[in-house]
Ligand binder design. Structure first.
Ligand code: ADP
Length: 419
């Protein structure tokens, strides 16, 4: 019954000291102890301090808070350092305890039992029961005291773990707060970057458009006649300027999409037409690479933003052509129920698993080295993903390096319907 009550206290008490006190008060009368106390080792020291007492003689009470027991000294100190129960049957007849006799007489005990409080990891202290008469303890009593000692040790362990958990929680809360601050900083930095990109793109586009205009004028001979070599050089200047203009256009479109400043322009069209448009616009296919197209003979009409769909497909096709040196690029469209799936499959260099997500982030490329073998800005897929979202679609990627990649655009047949 007493053990059950102690276990209950162990489970419900907030403070471990309450459990020690309760256990001492409950058990001491049962085992016939005149008084009893619990000592706990001060972490990192050789000393134990009193944390609970039962029936301690009043005259000595004022010293309680200052009392320390040195490990390995006296029965209580030995019980802890030797990790075993120490029993003094009769102080009067034990010559080794001569020094203690006076104290024992003052306090009024003749025998005692000191039990170590042991957890699986360590000894945390001692519980000692003091008896007025010699040879006061029966086997049954000893058993009960052991059980109580074990329970107290478990209490100490529980409170140590709780304390650790509290500390870990506090550390976690602090690092969470730091993370949150960092997150806000990143969001703010991203916003500033987007704003900067949008502004600078506008600023770049205006003079660049003028440059392209002047080039066209020169090509048409408005600035005087040009020899073939000059014509050829000017052609290259024009190509480079057009590329730059296209890049700036992409940047502006991406920042506009991010701001939510553009809306889908929805109309009815044949889903195969969007693929056809994309194929017509896509560039860079090598002679060693064949283009295969698979599409059904009859398809339902689609209701979505045709220009957006074909822009997404063009970006994917451009990449397929760019990263495939030989073999084939297969483009297909498939309609199942109310969903359309466009797929572009290539036999190119492939994309390692670790980059399957990052390739969709702006300015990210698998091979980010300055000396990379393939040109490009790293904007194509970022823009494609945003555009796909605008038509309620989603791009997925499956790829094996050295074998090839398959990009799919999956979207509703009818924009605005159930997704
Ligand atoms: P980029 O202008 O560099 O092509 P994208 O955003 O279109 O930018 O693509 C990002 C990166 O994803 C590419 O640089 C390339 O590393 C990888 N990638 C995209 N498509 C393919 C593909 N079909 N095969 C292999 N790698 C690809």
């Amino acid at each position: 019954m007493a053990v059950r009550e102690i276990v209950h206290a162990f489970l419900t008490a907030d403070r471990p000291d309450d459990v020690y006190q309760f256990a001492l008060d409950r058990v001491s009368p049962l085992v016939g102890a005149t008084f009893a106390c619990v000592y706990l080792i001060d972490e990192g020291s050789e000393l134990m301090r009193l944390v609970a007492v039962h029936n301690w003689p009043q005259r000595w009470a004022t010293f309680l808070g200052h009392m320390r027991v040195r490990l390995a000294h006296g029965p209580s100190g030995e019980a802890a350092s030797e990790r075993r129960m120490i029993e003094v049957l009769d102080l009067e007849s034990d010559p080794a305890l001569e020094d203690w006799r006076e104290v024992a007489e003052e306090l009024g005990f003749r025998s005692l039992v000191a039990l170590p409080l042991q957890t699986p990891q360590a000894v945390v202290g001692t519980v000692t029961f003091y008896f007025a008469s010699p040879n006061a303890v029966s086997a049954e009593t000893r058993h009960l005291m052991r059980t109580v000692a074990d329970q107290m040790a478990a209490t100490a362990e529980k409170s140590r773990l709780l304390e650790q958990m509290r500390e870990a929680n506090a550390a976690l809360t602090a690092s969470n707060a730091a993370l949150e601050r960092q997150y806000h900083d990143i969001v703010e930095a991203k916003r500033i970057k987007d704003e900067f990109l949008a502004n600078i793109s506008h600023e770049l586009r205006t003079p660049l458009t003028a440059v392209v205009g002047y080039i066209s004028l020169m090509q048409e001979g408005f600035a005087g006649p040009m020899n073939p070599e000059q014509q050829h050089t000017l052609e290259q200047v024009k190509d480079a300027s057009d590329q730059l203009l296209a890049l700036i256009g992409d940047l502006l479109e991406l920042t506009a999409l991010k701001r939510g400043a553009t809306a889908a322009i929805v109309a009815e069209f044949d889903p195969r037409d969007a693929l056809r448009d994309a194929i017509a616009m896509a560039k860079g296919r090598r002679d060693d690479v064949s283009l295969e197209i698979a599409q059904p003979e009859i398809v339902p009409m689609m209701r979505s933003d045709r220009r957006t769909v074909s822009k997404v497909l063009k970006a994917i096709l451009d990449n397929a052509f760019k990263f495939t040196r030989q073999g084939a690029v297969r483009a297909s469209v498939q309609i199942v129920g109310d969903r359309v799936t466009y797929a572009v499959e290539d036999t190119g260099i492939g994309i390692p698993e670790a980059s399957h997500e990052t390739v969709f982030e702006e300015f990210r490329q698998v091979d980010g080295k300055l000396t990379r073998a393939f040109g490009g800005s790293g904007l194509g897929l970022a823009l494609a993903r945003r555009l796909a979202q605008q038509v309620q679609g989603r791009i997925t990627l499956a790829s094996v390096p050295g074998v090839g990649s398959t990009f799919k655009l999956e979207m509703p047949l009818r924009y605005g319907g159930e997704n």
